[in-house]
Design a protein around this ligand. Structure first.
Ligand code: SAM
Length: 219
């Protein structure tokens, strides 16, 4: 066997021996962030009082993003950041980023503090703005949208963002139910979503009511 062959074999043996260690190190880094985010959420359970989503809906957003490997997210209505933390936590695993907008300065500031405490600031671009003006100006594209601000503007937000959502992307609207008709006066919005031929909408009623609309085609 030549010296070169021996050297090659030694390199391969080295890589086989240390690959699990390198892999484990990467996993540990992710786990450290997971622990921080999870500890923050655990510590805040039952303490969200600014119209924040229930935990079950946060988990739902998290699962949708992870399952579809979404990376370009938009949230309309940050409040103090509960939903944004679930979304950003998922994005920390897909390599994505969230833009979130809130009109109330005090809630926006609290959200910024919460993002820091959860270790997720780098995954969130939080803006203090009126979404009525801010959202239509966004260029996109997005592959995940969570709409949770002023309910009477839901259709306007949807119409402004839907063309900027990629095919295969998902538009999630909070406090919308197909079963609980008249819920928040949003049944006409639910009907509107269902009428769209290029979206497939389903509803999840385990929490506060969520409409999940997947974009199937441009038209
Ligand atoms: C239901 S809360 C959002 C809760 C948040 N998604 C969470 O789970 O933590 C709705 C938020 O939308 C904000 N909002 C209402 N109208 C808005 C507008 N025009 N632009 C931006 N934010 C708005 C409200 O101030 C409120 O904080």
């Amino acid at each position: 066997m030549t010296k070169r062959k021996i050297a090659e074999l030694m390199i391969i043996a080295f890589l086989f021996a240390f690959a699990p260690l390198l892999f484990a190190q990467g996993k540990d880094q992710v786990t450290a962030l997971d622990k921080k985010a999870q500890a923050f959420l655990d510590g805040h359970r039952g303490k969200w009082h600014d119209m924040n989503i229930p935990e079950v809906d946060g988990k739902l957003l998290y699962d949708i993003i992870i399952k579809n490997r979404y990376t370009k997210a938009l949230e309309i209505g940050t409040s103090t950041g509960h939903s944004a933390i679930w979304i950003a936590w998922a994005l920390s695993k897909t390599g994505g980023k969230l833009i979130t907008v809130e009109i109330d300065e005090s809630r926006h500031k609290t959200a910024l503090e919460n993002f820091k405490k959860a270790g997720l600031s780098e995954y969130i671009d939080a803006r203090l703005a009126d979404a009525h003006e801010f959202v239509p100006r966004l260029k996109g594209p997005f592959d995940f949208v969570f709409s949770d601000a002023d309910k009477d503007w839901y259709k306007n937000y949807f119409d402004a963002v839907a063309p900027k959502l990629v095919v295969g992307g998902c538009y999630v609207t909070h406090n919308v139910s197909d079963r609980r008709r008249g819920y928040f006066g949003l049944s006409s919005y639910a009907d509107y979503l269902k009428s769209l031929k290029n979206f497939e909408t389903t509803f999840d009623d385990r929490g506060a009511g969520v409409a999940i609309s997947f974009k199937k085609s441009e038209q």
